[in-house]
Design a protein around this ligand. Sequence first.
Ligand code: PGA
Length: 250
Amino acid sequence: MRKLFFANWKMYLSDADAEALARQFLDAALEARVDVAIAPGFTALDRVARVLRGSPVSLGAQNVFWMDGGAYTGEVSPHQLTALGTRYVILGHSERRAYLGETNDMIAKKTKAAMEAGLIPVLCVGETKEEREAGRQEAVVGEQLEIALAGARISPERPLVVAYEPRWAIGTGTPCKPEDVTAMHGHIRSVIDALLDGDALSHVRVLYGGSVDASNAESFLGLPAVDGMLVGGASARPADVRALFDLLSR
Ligand code: PGA
């Protein structure tokens, strides 16, 4: 499986800037030795979808609701996303857990609904600084996975992406140490293997995210345990994108 470079544009870009940056991605991705996906904000989703249509760059969304329609003000359903050509959806991002009160149970419902609609979840897991200092990082991430993935059926047609994103590493300029990423990715794989049937693990990519940029991307991508990276800030700045793709094309 090729490694995956997944851009999370958060709430950073205007629709016009998102469209322009998507065009930059498109040109750069043709040379890249990795798979590429972009998750723009909802308002830019259609505009970016038009740029990416028919290209090797996949479209992602940053959230989805678990119901498929009805009176749910402000929410977006899985089929509304697939209708635009969306392939991936980020779920359980720590910013949503921290600021919007998303719980493991809510994330489990979203994961199930997304997979049923044919979306590939990019399930984010990770511990806080306090949890790591207390040595609880594996227990926390294990619980996040067990609740979100209970009863999930993973197959070649229904793959899964898990992103290990320690909260203290997101947007801080202090990424996790490569050896700690390797240890956590091993733990994530063993939890998934114990939880899910058959060869589920061979259809799961485990990404690292948290302060990845061109100065450190290679140290993560070079790790056998890392199937790719989820990049926030640096994926939304044209100069950083240029520098990242210079690396990814070598
Ligand atoms: P960052 O964010 O690259 O800006 O640290 C990563 C993420 O939250 O997905």
